[in-house]
Design a protein around this ligand. Structure first.
Ligand code: BDP
Length: 718
């Protein structure tokens, strides 16, 4: 067990840079570069050219960030100059802010509004580094791109970088309530203090905006999808406007979750029927009220007819009727309606995972152009592993965005180290088969597969008021990876992990290798100790943290782990082939075939699609029961390996963060053992089979595991 460092705040003089590593700075630490490399960078980057006078807030943010970054890494305060009269100049501009940029022959036409190019070019006979873009926000993204390159040691005399986002809408969804409580939040309370707004805007929110801009996130939904109509009242719109003003320089637009019944709750109407004239008029007025305060308001996110939320179906209207009515109201200002496909009606369906497809796919082509359908990555609910949602590829005439969950509701909260980049990459690279080979989810959500104009990657935020923002060091990596993948869904999750480690923890090669290795194994490790071989939703009711595979008395059938495992004396797994629920048939022909065949389905989805006898022989030659036990056991062993590997890094990582990660790995080890032992004990009770030879038996009875409660777990609305 790592001991609590005693010297925080009183750190020995020889290591002053390790003081106050409380995680606040995230990946924007800008520590001094190693001397040799610093010399290379300083000879190139002493000076910054920005236009004099009338500097816009975005240009000011660009300048501040470069001054801060170069000052920290290269040393000294960079000098601001207005002409190029020597070597070592960094020019930053759009053709409008710095006319010189237009004359350099840089190909800006391919960059759109947000892309940027960084090149070394000759200006006035001197070699200068140029960051150029069409709009100022591209300069900010470019500044962060350059600073990242400096931090990770990629900068050199021939440095060149061009980057254009592949996704138009790169959004964080905060599940934050107006009283500051965060649904599924594990990093303290909301960073938005509605009580104090609009008069007091916490300066910390500027750092929040910087962090988002640094990874290219360009929008933020401020309130919970389980929305309160109050967010649309004038006092709260004033508060929203104050946040919008704070975020605007960083290219971060604000959005609101809208409650469908708001016209009744705060508008005095007797209906919220989307086809009623008075309802349309009410939303039209709402749009005027919002845009008069926030001219660049992003739009509405709506959870309708799902988990008890009101929606158009309450009036026998379709999701398209509801979404289009709202979309028409905000279209004149360029707003979008983001309509969630996570529909989950009051009636227990035949198979819960078929619901979104059943309701949404027939509506393809019926949504207006400024509607984006937000589809969770899997058909169930942010489980540690799911197949892709079958809606990807099934709605060619609809703007489709993916919704990931950055906060780890089902993956051990902030105390389990699980790097989500791997999970997201697995989803994004899955071939839907919709238009032949290569029809990946990434190509659906970036709009290139079907030529849909709006594209979106959204993530349920893991940011809160915790000093380190996310509740743990490694959860910062998930915020970072989300942004990087939203910018370019083809990015490699391993490269992103490595980059984050270098920016956040250490640049020492061996340590970077070890930490990146831990991160890349971490998702599969969690799947192993929680839900191996395609099992799903084995978590306890409400909190979703610890194991509850035996639970069969939750409010409705599809809230029960037993509903998903279908485990009994003879076998385990949910039959979703034609002979079962038929859910596999919602995929393209090729995928449906693969998933339906027990010998072709990937083994990590086996029990998602098939119900099999415990004695089923796996490709390894082991029985299914033996293989399950093997996975659970391996998951625990793998956490132990992570813990031991981390322990070797004591001298590489500052004491505060080293200690917290060490302690959290202890928690994860204990929990992984609990997951393994609970699940093995329960399933063994059902099948009566012996444990494979040499396997350590669980140390407690089923009664003991069932007696464990997770009271007061954070983030649980129940
Ligand atoms: C589930 C969460 C619940 C959310 C719901 C949603 O348990 O708190 O409200 O998703 O996405 O995962 O709307």
């Amino acid at each position: 067990m790592a001991s609590v460092p005693t010297h925080i705040g009183n750190y020995p003089e020889e290591a002053p840079t390790n003081i106050l590593e409380d995680g606040y700075e995230l990946w924007l630490r800008y520590r001094a570069l190693e001397p040799g490399y610093r010399a290379t960078c300083s000879s190139l980057l002493r000076l910054v050219v920005l236009p004099g006078g009338n500097e816009s807030p975005t240009l000011a943010a660009v300048r501040d960030e470069l001054m801060r970054g170069l000052g920290g890494m290269v040393g000294g305060a960079p000098e601001v100059v207005h002409t190029i009269t020597g070597e070592g100049v960094l020019c930053v501009g759009t053709p409008a802010t710095l006319p010189l940029v237009a004359s350099l022959g840089l190909r800006l036409d391919c960059l759109g509004n947000e892309g940027y190019v960084i090149r070394r070019v000759e200006v006035n006979g001197f070699i200068a580094t140029v960051i150029a873009s069409n709009d100022e926000i591209g300069l900010l993204y470019g500044a962060f791109g350059l600073l990242r390159a400096l931090q990770t040691g990629e900068f050199n005399v021939a440095f060149s970088l061009e980057s254009v986002p592949k996704i138009t809408h790169r959004l964080l969804n905060h599940w934050d309530n107006l009283d500051g409580w965060v649904e599924r939040g594990y990093a303290g309370r909301s960073i938005f203090n509605w009580w104090e707004l609009p008069e007091y805007v916490d300066p910390r929110l500027t750092d929040y905006a910087r962090a988002n801009a640094s990874v290219g996130i360009n929008g933020v939904v401020l309130n919970n999808v389980n929305a309160s109509s109050d967010s649309l009242t004038v006092p709260f719109l004033e508060k929203t406007a104050a946040l919008a003003n704070q975020f605007r320089p960083y290219g971060l637009r604000v959005y609101l979750s809208a409650k469908f019944s708001a016209p009744m709750e705060i508008g005095g109407l007797t209906t919220a029927d989307p086809c009623a004239d008075e309802v349309k008029a009410w939303w039209n007025q709402m749009a005027v009220r919002i845009y008069s305060r926030i001219p660049d308001f992003g739009g509405f996110l709506v959870k309708a007819n799902s988990e008890g939320q009101p929606g158009p179906q309450d009036y026998n209207r379709t999701h398209a009727d509801g979404a289009n009515m709202l979309a028409d109201a905000i279209a004149p200002w360029g707003g979008v309606v983001i309509w969630r496909a996570f529909v989950y009606s009051d009636h227990v369906p035949h198979d819960r995972v078929t619901q979104a497809y059943t309701e949404m796919a027939p509506l393809d082509g019926r949504f207006h152009n400024n509607v984006i359908l937000q589809v969770k990555n899997g058909p169930l609910d942010f489980q540690p592993r799911e197949p892709i949602n079958p809606l990807f590829g099934a709605m060619p005439h609809t703007n489709i965005g993916v919704e990931f969950q950055i906060t780890k509701e089902y993956l051990g909260f902030q105390t389990h180290l699980v790097y989500l980049g791997s999970l997201w990459q697995e989803v994004l690279t899955t071939d839907t088969g919709a238009r032949g080979h290569g029809s990946t989810v990434a190509r659906v959500v970036d709009g290139s597969l079907f030529g849909t104009p709006l594209s979106m990657v959204a993530g349920v935020a893991n940011v809160g008021s915790a000093r380190n923002w996310c509740g743990s060091t490694f959860d910062q990596a998930n915020w970072f990876a989300f942004g990087r993948l939203a910018w370019n869904p083809d990015h490699d999750a391993g490269d992103i992990a490595r980059e984050w480690v270098m920016l956040t923890l250490t640049t020492a090669n061996d340590a970077v290798d070890i930490i990146t290795g831990i991160m890349l194994r971490s998702h599969e490790t969690a799947v192993d100790y929680m839900v191996p071989l395609g099992l799903t939703h084995q978590m306890g009711t409400g909190h979703h943290y610890g194991p509850g595979p035996w639970i069969n008395d939750a409010g409705r059938a599809d809230w029960n782990p037993t509903y998903y495992s279908c485990a009994d004396r003879t076998g385990i797994g949910f039959d979703r082939t034609c002979a079962g629920s038929g859910a596999a048939m919602q995929y393209s022909h090729e995928l449906a075939q693969r998933y339906s065949k027990v010998h072709e389905v990937p083994s990590n989805l086996l029990l998602w699609f098939h119900h099999l006898p415990w004695g089923f022989i796996m490709p390894s030659g082991r029985t299914l029961w033996e293989e399950l036990v093997e996975h659970y056991t391996y998951g625990v062993a793998s956490v132990e390996t992570m813990r031991l590997e981390w322990a070797t890094l004591r001298d590489e990582v500052d004491p505060a963060r080293f200690y917290q990660v060490s302690a959290y790995l202890e928690i994860q080890l204990k929990d992984s053992q609990l997951w393994r032992d609970s699940c093995i004990t329960y399933f063994q009770k059902l099948n009566g089979m012996a444990l494979p030879q040499g396997v350590t038996p669980p140390s407690h009875s089923l009664k003991y595991y069932k007696s464990l409660a997770f009271r007061h777990a954070p983030g649980n609305p129940g």
